[in-house]
Design a binder for this molecule. Sequence first.
Ligand code: HSE
Length: 343
Amino acid sequence: MEKVNIVLVGFGRVGRAFFDLLKEKYDYCRERYGLLLELRGIVRKKGTILLSSTQRVLSPSYFATEDLHDLAEWIPAITLSDLLEEFGSGVLVDCTPTNLITGEPGLSVMKMALEKGWHVVTASKGALVLKPEELKNLAKEKKLLIKASGATAAALPTLDIGMYSLAGTEILAIEGILNGTTNYILTRMAEGLTYKKALEEAQEKGIAEPDPSLDVEGWDTAAKMVLIANQVLGTELKLSDVKVSGIQGISHEVIDKAGKLGKILKLFGKCYRQGPDSAWKVEVGLALLDYEHPLARVDGTNKGIIFYTDSMGWVAVTGGKSDPRGAAAALLKDVISIYWHNF
Ligand code: HSE
């Protein structure tokens, strides 16, 4: 058995779902992987909850009796730094909100974790998009890992496929439906709902962000595609290199027109280059897909990615619907993959 210290930062929808999932999967991870996934503390803006000290050891029975969602006693005096130092090493799970302008608070949280010898598993995109080199170099220097499935379409495997399953192939292009909110809105509008109503539904389901502008304006898709390309293709693309348009305010007329042409309308991310010596480009915008396209039938909150390769043909993965539980599961997968060496 290996004991794994976990510190969770951020306790919004995804952070809470991760807390719940860890509780649910504690026994399974012990039995299946020989990992004791011990949540030591939760840190958020209003304070910290210390879940395990020498006196208070976290266990499934603890989980069964406590509901932290409503616990009022967040202790401002205990800082993230205290917590990381007290437990020495482990994995920090970053569920802070994405900020594509400053990268904060994720950037500071991730840097602190790496500096103090903790691996990082993150659902937050800002820091990785804005400061990839700084974070990568720090992790390398400290011999630690940064895992970002949660930031790259979460329950839909993207990096794992590109890095492991397609190793040795030359990837010629990548396309994806990487945002659940926009895919849900387009699906529901094709069924007759207005844009406003479809967006409200996506928010009620916890798929869209409380401020859905990153989703509907295409920036969430752009950030995910940049992260995937930079890791899988080794590019150094920035968000400012991406041509982005979204679906905000899209009318029924546009959707009906697609139907009349016998096509399916999707918010699509594309990463491609004209030839082996040309620069990689990323674009995000509405695309008219033929019914035969492998991603054409990816509906609702589901997502999909397709890699075109030189030696494995095209490889597509679909599903991995967007919701907090799916995002939490992607985080858990990354934690397991750091410590379980039988992949
Ligand atoms: N809100 C996003 C989605 C998930 O709709 O898929 C966060 O990246």
